[in-house]
Design a protein around this ligand. Structure first.
Ligand code: COA
Length: 146
């Protein structure tokens, strides 16, 4: 499978909003993605496989830290290393502008996502009790430092 990672653009948004709705109980809307295009500290990437948009991952660079959110891959394309490739590219992009520390939250039960983040060098440093809704669940707070 040919996987390409590139920056988010306006024409990706309809597809990403559909992948979001299929993947999360509180999906990002088209409008939330559209706003990102005009936020200068937001870095959002999409993955293409077989010429189609199949996933995305993003980060906000605040006070020199990369705050990663919204990592998602189309259900039919999971298990092919796409999330891993998105996270590696986000880290490389951050590092190219001097970001040394990256953080994210993940549901404690989300084993595939935790696997992706640990492979990318993230370690659990804390728990946010009851951080998620529908279903209510704790979040692991993960960091990748230096
Ligand atoms: C989490 C998610 C983004 C991963 O995407 P992906 O492209 O399938 O990820 P990758 O293929 O890069 O890696 C998945 C890893 O999890 C592993 N995995 C899959 N199911 C697993 C499970 N039930 N338990 C443990 N590990 C699992 C895979 O084997 C793989 O690890 P490996 O590379 O060592 O074999 C995708 O599952 C998804 O979109 N889920 C719904 C949205 C979501 O939860 N996003 C994360 C929010 S923090």
């Amino acid at each position: 499978m040919q996987i390409t990672i590139r920056k988010l653009k306006e024409s990706d948004i309809l597809t990403l909003a559909r992948i979001e709705r299929e993947s999360f109980s509180h999906p990002w809307s088209e409008e939330s993605f559209r706003e990102l295009l005009s936020i200068d500290y937001a870095r959002y990437l999409v993955a293409e496989a077989d010429g189609k948009v199949v996933g995305s991952a993003g980060m906000r660079v605040v006070y020199g830290e990369g705050d990663i959110d919204n990592v998602v891959v189309d259900a039919g394309y999971r298990g092919n290393g796409i999330a891993g490739a998105l996270i590696s590219e986000l880290i490389a992009l951050g590092e190219s502008e001097g970001v040394k520390e990256f953080t994210l939250e993940v549901r404690v039960s989300n084993a595939p996502a935790i696997r992706v983040y640990e492979k990318a060098g993230f370690k659990t440093e804390g728990v946010r009790p009851g951080f998620y809704e529908d279903p209510k669940e704790d979040a692991l707070i993960m960091w990748r430092r230096g």
